[in-house]
Design a binder for this molecule. Structure first.
Ligand code: F6P
Length: 360
């Protein structure tokens, strides 16, 4: 057994369960006698000087609540990278890895981070293992990523709570959830939270379709409704709404709930309509048991891969077990969108939810 020094970093938007993954890596690696360097603030810890890292030991995570807390112990970064700066960033990343004497890097990230970090690593000849995390549920190949289940729980609880106040005030309440261009988070929480309408980027919708559903609710004798909307849906005339930009100038979605509220309110008066934008609370909350579970399984598998010398792979949850796939394959698949023909969409429609204009 060769002694190794490995780095671990969390990249992209944070989510619940990251610390359970870090802890699993630290424990599994320590048992092999390896050193683990926790890289701070995503890739910045390696690309910006002075390098920012902490030597992690089992003490960091034993006797502390960290594995049960959300956020990232190491800090994270959600800024994207301009393609034209890839070579320079890859060079800096490589220099950072060399300066710290790392044998390999474990990247806990979503589809964007897998893409960026695998490019850095390829450019600099660095061994990498990926662990998928994202509240958006859109990392390809893996059926579940760390953080998604916890985010669904936060959104479901919010939908439940909105029901009560909607009922008191005879209102239709819109709940805008994250997810970027993928509707997984919206669809899962709309189903679990018993919503009347769920609008996702993958399925076209009409305001008239939403209003038709609200009329049905009213006609059934119910005085309130909950509408779940994914931040990434477009307006009826096909534009994305964005209220800010990330550090490399890409649009960060937000505001579609307000648009829907104005449109519905102007065409239909029987419900007062209001909007709740859940925002970053979706990335927090107590990690669910499932997220802690897959975080631990993924972390242990990542160390096992490095031990066997199998790198440039991402661990994944597939068919009820942990499998591994070449990162290139994951990156080539792009973003995993909601399958409009999936059982989720079918079940939502089957129980009477308006999910947009789908063939029945
Ligand atoms: O990818 C995770 C995510 O939370 C998306 O759902 C959301 O669109 C985005 O990050 C928000 O980014 P930021 O943290 O930069 O506001």
């Amino acid at each position: 057994m060769t002694k190794k020094r490995i780095g671990i970093l969390t990249s992209g938007g944070d989510c619940a369960g990251l610390n359970a993954a870090i802890r699993a890596v630290v424990n599994a690696a320590s048992l092999k006698g390896w050193e683990v360097y926790g890289i701070k603030n995503g890739t910045d810890g390696l690309t910006e000087k002075p390098y920012a890292y902490e030597v992690l030991t089992v003490q960091n995570f034993s006797d502390t609540p960290w594995p049960r807390l959300s956020g990232s112990y190491l800090g994270s970064l959600n800024k994207g990278v301009k393609m034209e700066s890839l070579d320079e960033m890859s060079k800096r990343f490589g220099e950072g890895v060399k300066a710290l004497g790392l044998d390999a890097v474990i990247v806990v990230g979503g589809d964007g981070s897998m893409n960026i970090c695998s490019n850095y690593c390829k450019g600099a000849g660095i061994k990498m293992v990926g662990i998928p995390k994202t509240i958006d549920g859109d990392t390809p190949i893996t059926e579940f990523s760390i953080g998604f289940n916890s985010a669904v729980q936060v959104c479901t609880t919010a939908a439940d709570d909105l029901n009560y106040t909607a009922r008191s005030h005879s209102r239709a309440l819109i709940m805008e959830v994250m997810g970027r261009d993928a509707g997984h988070l919206a669809m899962h929480s709309a189903i679990a939270g018993n919503a009347d309408v769920c609008l996702v980027p993958e399925i076209p919708y009409t305001i008239d379709g939403v209003i038709k559903k609200l009329k049905e609710v009213k006609a059934s004798g119910r005085n309130h409704a909950v509408i779940v909307v994914s931040e990434g849906i477009k307006t009826e005339d096909g534009s994305h709404l964005s209220n800010k930009k990330n550090l490399v100038g890409e649009a960060v979605y937000g505001g579609i709930g307000q648009y829907l509220c104005a449109e519905i309110s102007s065409r239909y008066k029987d419900f007062q309509v209001r909007v709740t934008t859940l925002g970053h609370i979706q990335r927090s909350g107590t990690p669910t048991a499932f997220d802690r579970l897959i975080a631990t399984l993924f972390g242990a598998k990542a160390v096992e891969l490095l031990d066997k010398g199998e790198t440039n792979r991402m661990v994944a949850w597939k068919d009820g077990k942990v499998e591994t796939f070449p990162i290139e394959e994951v990156v080539a698949d792009g973003t995993m969108l909601l399958n409009t023909n999936s059982d989720f969409v079918k079940a939502a429609a089957a129980v009477g939810m308006y999910v947009g204009e789908i063939e029945k």
